[in-house]
Ligand binder design. Structure first.
Ligand code: FE2
Length: 172
């Protein structure tokens, strides 16, 4: 199951020993988290409903070796958004997916085999991928899948709408 906590000022430092539940992460960020059986996820009704609802009919498998280079680590650490949902399922290995809350604080999601994560459009995030990882990536249109990096994405309309929606939800 996903483990999550607020980061401190350093990439590897925890803000405290408090852990966040999947429900708290969803409430704070809109990120959805599911636990899947990697041998039968295609038959899982939750998997099928995410695929159908978001029209994710393309997929590939990203493989990261255990000995990835410093350049690869830096590349995934670049903070960005997408204008579509980012849907990932860890088939094997592990990584960290960091997401910003509405106050721009980093929450680290430590994902391992069987964890499926759906990041909403416009949410700032980054990856800490420095060990073995096999991850299923699903797309509506892989050709149009792009990252918009910070700070350019600060003015992105999808990012602004995301922030507005989070503030509206928290206000209620
Ligand atoms: Fe991304």
């Amino acid at each position: 199951m996903v483990k999550a906590w607020y980061l401190g000022s350093d990439l590897y430092q925890k803000d405290s020993n408090d852990v966040l539940t999947p429900e708290e992460i969803t409430k704070k960020t809109g990120v959805q988290i599911f636990k899947m059986d990697v041998d039968s996820y295609k038959d899982d009704s939750r998997f099928k409903s995410v695929i159908e609802e978001k029209k994710l009919f393309f997929s590939d498998v990203y493989n990261n070796p255990a000995d990835c280079t410093e350049e690869q680590v830096k590349f995934f650490l670049k903070e960005h958004i997408h204008e579509d949902d980012e849907v990932r399922l860890v088939l094997d290995g592990a990584c960290c997916m960091d997401v910003r809350d509405k106050d721009d604080k980093w929450i680290r999601l430590r994902v391992t085999k069987g964890d499926m994560v759906v990041l909403p459009p416009g949410l700032y995030h980054r990856g800490l991928i420095d060990e073995y990882l096999q991850m299923l990536r699903m797309f509506e249109n892989k050709e149009l899948w792009v990252a918009v990096y910070r700070p350019a994405a600060d003015d992105n309309i999808v990012h602004k709408k995301y922030l507005e929606s989070r503030r509206a939800i928290e206000a209620n």
